[in-house]
Design a protein around this ligand. Structure first.
Ligand code: BV8
Length: 258
């Protein structure tokens, strides 16, 4: 059986689906940051092939060994701190000039969307640069240190454990974020689904919410995923290459329209 090679991206068809959109949602996963040097979770060399999600991305794992989770957090902060968002990130930020409403819904915790100029970002799984007190379960605050004086970190207020403001497996997402993601996904005209294996829920459900509410769903990935069959079109290629090419095709079509 010959494995069908993914087709070259059909940008004109993607532009047909997006050009008249009023609201566009940009839904992203770890593959969006791969070209900036951030490891993905699944697939060749992925994080969960090398590290245990149970130890590093669950509350039980954190309570079992908080120092180990804080060392892991410190390592990922150091991996992300000096990174420059690639051209694909900048292309997404520039889409805010092309459409009346652009909302980013990301599963990523690296903060690269905001760093690239995106102005409306819903971070479904939290943010690696925020912490909160586990004992007081209070409002998270920004903590941008890439080296910690001691691990685990303790709350200066009550002495309890600090925890990363990250959503671990088995933990609920912030209701404010799920409400926003549901509202934006169900009212957008087009959704770009970029760099996600679409296996983690409830996040992976939002592209289907968009589709069921009549939006055009356009996937950007290096390989097919479980939602490829539901996408109006899949643009196969790297985010740092496909997104600038898509932006250029959109600009060209919009200039002609004027
Ligand atoms: C919850 C922490 C309930 C942050 C993460 C059985 C069936 C179904 C669901 C479940 C189940 N058992 C348990 C569940 C629920 C579980 C879940 O979905 N598990 C999955 C794995 C089966 N979900 C949860 O636990 C969620 N919480 O359900 O709570 C609840 C309700 C009320 C009260 C109590 C509890 C919480 C989920 C969040 C977990 N936290 N991470 C961090 O450390 O980063 S998840 C982790 O996976 C990351 O957040 C990541 O973003 C997310 C999804 O992964 P992707 O982003 O898609 O990345 P991945 O590596 O998988 O894929 C990369 C993609 O990019 C690939 O497709 C690749 O082809 C592509 N790519 C690669 N290079 C490029 C590229 N694309 C473009 N360009 C490139 N260059």
């Amino acid at each position: 059986m010959t494995v069908q090679e993914p087709m070259a991206p059909d940008y004109e068809r993607a532009v047909d689906l997006m050009v008249d959109a009023v609201k566009v949602v940009l839904f992203t996963g770890a593959g969006m940051s791969k070209d900036s040097g951030v490891d993905t979770f699944r697939g060749p060399g992925g994080i969960w092939e090398r590290f245990s999600a149970a130890d590093l991305a669950t509350y039980e794992g954190f309570i079992r060994d908080p120092a180990k989770v804080w060392k892991w957090n410190e390592h990922r902060r150091q991996q992300v701190a000096g990174l420059t968002p690639h051209q694909g990130y900048l292309a997404l930020a520039e889409m805010e000039d092309l459409f009346p409403e652009v909302v980013v819904i990301t599963q990523n915790i690296d903060g690269l969307h905001a760093r690239s100029g995106a102005t409306h970002v819903v971070e479904l799984h939290g943010n690696i640069w925020k912490v909160r007190c586990d004992a007081e379960n209070n409002t998270p605050w920004l903590d941008e240190r890439t080296e910690f004086p001691e691990v685990p970190l303790h709350c200066e207020n009550c002495g309890g454990l600090l925890r990363p403001h990250i959503v671990w497996f088995g933990e609920p997402l912030d209701p404010m974020d799920t409400l926003a993601a549901q509202a934006e996904s169900s009212s957008c005209d087009a959704m770009l689904v970029i760099g996600t294996s679409a296996v983690v829920y409830p996040a992976a459900g939002y592209p289907m919410v968009a589709k069921q509410n009549g939006a055009a769903m356009i996937e950007v990935n290096i390989e097919p995923t479980p939602i490829s069959e539901y996408a109006d079109i899949s643009l196969f290629g790297k985010a740092e290459e496909v997104l600038p090419a898509l932006l250029a095709a959109l600009r060209e079509r919009m200039d002609k329209k004027e």
